[in-house]
Structures are given as C-alpha cells and as structure tokens.
Design a protein around this ligand. Structure first.
Ligand SMILES: *Cc1c(COP(=O)(O)O)cnc(C)c1O
Length: 283
C-alpha cells in the first residue's frame, strides 16, 4: 500500500518539473531595509514593514515589558477568559485613531476579514466585490454562502450596475474594496464606491490593510485620505504591515463590534475558537 498522502509528493515533484516550486526564503536578521536571507545580504524590497516599526526601540521595550508583566499568552481564547486589559486598550486606541466608535482585534487581518464578512452575511445576501480584492474577503464570503458578484478592477460604473440590478432582490448587499490593493499598490476608487453604496442602500466595507500607516493623516488610511469618515460602515486593517507586529482589526459602530463579539462568542460556545469559529458559521 502506498502512503495515503503520497499524492502530495507527486504534486511537489510536478511543481519542480514545471519550475513553479517555491522555496521559503529564510530571514536571518532583523526585518530591515538591508536584511540577510539564506546567508546573503540583500536590500529587502518585499517587506510590508513600511515604517520600520518591527525594530523600533519603543515597541521592543513595550513588548518586553508586557511579557515580563503578563507572560507570553492569555491562557484562553478571548471569548472564554483570554480577553486582557491590553486587548481592550488596544481596541480603544485603534478606534480613536480611526475615528470610529469601536474596534475588535483578531489574530490576523485574514481572520478579521473572513470573520467579519461571514458574520454579517447569510446565504440570502449579496457581496459586490472588486476582482482583485484580497483572498480573505473571498473566503469570508464563501463561508457566509452569500452570492458573490465580482466587478472589474476599480470599475465604479460596473459596481453600481451590479447594485442597481439587485435593487429589487431580497437580502442585504455588501460592497467591498481594498483601500490599497495588495498586488499593485493602487488606490481603490472609494468616493465613487461609497456614493454607489449609499444610493443603493448597501453596506460599505473597506480593507485598509496596506493603506493604514501609509495614507491619510498620520497613516489613518484611505477613509481619512478621501475624507469619508462616517460613510464606510466596516473598516478592516492589519497590524502585520506598517504597524510591524501581528494581528488584525475591524472598526465601526459600537453595534457592529458588539455583534462581532457576540457572534464569535456563540460560536466558541459550540466548541469552536476564534478564528476557527468561522467554521461554525453559515450552518
Ligand atoms: C495582508 C492583507 C490582509 C491580511 O492581513 P494579515 O494580518 O497578514 O493576515 C488582508 N487584506 C489585505 C488587502 C492585505 O493586503
């Protein structure tokens, strides 16, 4: 009998033959402009550590201080007994920075996107999504089983047409775009999209993973850059890019954040965890 996972070996060999096999590059120094990968000194143009915060002395000191005071973990998922004062302070600080009522932090931007889209939508609902939106948005959508309508990259007219076509359809509509797109770094046409969402009663959601720390006053992101405060109901961001650490967050109204706390709390009660709780949704 062959090993039950032998097909993986065959696939790997196939990738090697085709020249598409990818090897992980190993960072052997700090993540800095000049880094050492696999024994070679290089200029690192592939990092998202835009502001150099991964190695900022104050962040190093704060992280060490927290480890000394609290240890290296919370001992439980947030929904059971793992929500620390530090989490709440972080959420308050991010909410103030983003000029919104409230914020919830997740383990990653990926989990924040997937966890939010899947929580907000049901199979009766619709998501109108730019074709180059991040994979985590698509995953959230698949988990929610909502109907996905994809519009060509940055095509506001096409997005509006899709929304107009759904005016009579039952269910909620969520219009979603990256603030800055992850592949080419171009900026989403948010003013036009926000207008279309308002005209057709859709929820507006922006994934500002790349723009936070880069665009807007003091890096507040694309909503600030375009002065769209109060008109984007769901804002997602990550701490793993310009902020230089790890984690993701969702910003919006107090109700949105309370809903996300409770949605994931209910899931945890059924034996699932954040973000594994995602697996419990849609059923
Ligand atoms: C990187 C990225 C994410 C995921 O963030 P992580 O915290 O790394 O999981 C989500 N959306 C966009 C647009 C991104 O570029």
């Amino acid at each position: 009998m062959s090993h039950p996972l032998s097909y993986l070996h065959d696939q790997l060999e196939g990738w090697k033959r085709e020249g598409t096999y990818q090897r992980l590059r190993v960072l052997e120094s700090e993540a800095a402009a000049e880094s050492r990968f696999d024994g070679k000194e290089v200029i690192n143009l592939a990092s998202n550590n835009y502001l150099g915060l991964t190695t900022h002395p104050k962040l190093r000191e704060a992280a060490l201080e927290a480890v000394r005071k609290y240890g290296v973990g919370s001992g439980a998922v947030r929904t059971i007994s793992g929500t620390m004062r530090l989490h709440m302070q972080l959420e308050e600080r991010i909410a103030a920075f983003k000029n919104v009522e409230a914020c919830v932090v997740f383990q990653s931007g990926f989990a924040a996107n997937a966890g939010t889209v899947s929580a907000l939508l049901t199979p009766d609902d619709h998501i109108i999504s730019d074709e180059l939106n991040h994979a985590s948005i698509i995953d959230g959508c698949r988990l929610s089983k909502a109907k996905i309508h994809v519009f060509p990259h940055k095509d506001v007219g096409a997005a509006e047409k899709l929304l107009a076509g759904l005016d009579e359809a039952p269910g909620r509509k969520l219009l979603i775009s990256d603030g800055v797109f992850s592949m080419d770094g171009d900026i989403g046409p948010l003013p036009g999209l926000v207008e279309a969402a308002e005209k057709h009663g859709a929820i507006m959601m922006v994934d500002d993973a790349h723009s936070s720390g880069v665009l807007g006053r003091n890096g507040r992101g694309t909503i600030d850059h375009f002065n769209l405060h109060g008109r984007v109901q769901v804002q997602v961001g990550t701490l793993s890019k310009a902020i230089g650490v790890l984690g993701g967050y969702v910003c919006g109204s107090r109700d949105l954040i309370e809903f996300l706390y409770h949605f994931h709390f209910a899931s945890a009660g059924r034996g699932c965890r954040l973000p594994g709780s995602l697996r419990c949704t849609g059923g």
